[in-house]
Design a protein around this ligand. Sequence first.
Ligand code: GAR
Length: 210
Amino acid sequence: MSGGDHVHPAATRQGKARVGILISGAGSNMAAIIEAAKATDYPADVALVISNNPEAPGLALARAAAVEALAIDHRPFGKDRHAHELAIDSALRTHGVEVVVLAGYMRILTAHLVRAWEGRMLNIHPSLLPKYPGLDTHARAIAAGDAEAGCTVHLVTEGVDEGPVLGQARVPVEAGDTPETLSARVRVAEHRLYPEALAAFIRQRKTAPV
Ligand code: GAR
């Protein structure tokens, strides 16, 4: 796998970065990014959506928005996570993807894919990192008695939920919150944060010295 950018024949629309989104489920963050990308001044186009789960509702949502969406099921690959990721990587490159967005992609990546997209792969996590990496973030915030919860967009590095933070959004934890009610409040914040953080990242990347 080479890490170099390459220009896709379908050429980036009006200089927009071509983004590939990886999902496993509902795809509500993916939908928020697809919606934001409809604006003419948004700096990215969603070139491709990939799900490891063929049943992910997000696949149909993407297709309904006229975005190409592929299921690359991890199950036929068995324990060979690297081979599954090679198939994902190949699809991303075939579609001229320049920036990869993990949006509820619920598989831990191997170092191969992380290194191949280092500095060009973003994730959203439902906590105020470095608090609560991993799962059950809302239940943990409630159990700890936290007054605030939220979400974090960060660059993906080899350590799970550890990469440099690009943006965070905060919401209050309210009396009587359950993991479900808190998750719903955080999700609303995610849908604002992720399109904004992605756009800021791409704009900054374009102006950064090479
Ligand atoms: C989001 O809340 C996202 O933060 C979380 O999964 C949800 C996906 O929802 N991601 C993680 O927990 C990653 N560790 P969506 O499919 O509706 O966007």
